[in-house]
Write a protein that binds this ligand. Structure first.
Ligand SMILES: Nc1nc2c(ncn2[C@@H]2O[C@H](COP(=O)(O)OP(=O)(O)O)[C@@H](O)[C@H]2O)c(=O)[nH]1
Ligand SMILES: [Mg+2]
Length: 160
């Protein structure tokens, strides 16, 4: 069966760049869908699964590894963004506040952001951060798709 054009576009994803802060992000144009969720929720794994590339986004068994926003280019105008994980207890409070500030900044300022995927470990659903994200997206009128990881029956990913 020929590949669906959407799938084809996802499969051609390339790593573009990482950014620590909003002013390091690629030019604020085109369209971005960002993956948000707690540290270790499965954001990077979901990006790899969607793009059919096992090592595109770095995954880790150790929570709290991705402290950067990672941008993946799909075509001239579309990108996927792997957002920093949230709620990892082992980093200092000041470091956590710093990440949160960058994340808030990205969410509230980024014009290219057109949708969010909220990754949730099905065994730990709807934690404080998830609720905050849902509230924020409702209030900002930002489409949000909840995707569950780590269900006993395997992947429960549905495409946006
Ligand atoms: N069993 C299972 N493990 C998963 C699933 N999604 C992610 N993982 C594992 O959970 C850990 C964290 O995943 P990762 O994608 O790095 O999470 P991130 O911190 O949200 O980017 C890794 O060891 C993954 O292999 C899933 O759906 N099922
Ligand atoms: Mg990650």
């Amino acid at each position: 069966m020929p590949m669906h054009p959407m799938e084809k576009m996802l499969h051609q994803a390339l790593f573009l760049q990482s950014a620590q802060r909003l002013d390091q992000c690629p030019p604020d144009e085109g369209l971005e869908v960002a993956f948000a969720g707690r540290s270790n929720a499965g954001k990077s794994s979901a990006i790899n699964r969607l793009t059919g590339q096992r090592t595109l986004a770095r995954t880790s068994k150790t929570p709290g590894r991705t402290q950067l926003l990672n941008f993946f280019q799909l075509d001239e105008e579309r990108r996927l963004v792997d957002l920093p994980g949230y709620g990892y207890a082992k980093v200092s409070k000041s470091k956590r506040n710093e990440w949160q500030e960058h994340l808030d900044h990205y969410l509230s300022e980024r014009q290219a952001l057109v949708g969010l995927v909220l990754m949730m470990d099905i065994r730990h659903p709807l934690k404080d951060f998830d609720l905050l994200m849902l509230e924020w997206s409702a209030q900002a009128n930002m489409p949000i798709h909840i995707s569950r990881s780590k269900s006993l029956r395997g992947w429960r990913m549905s495409i946006i």
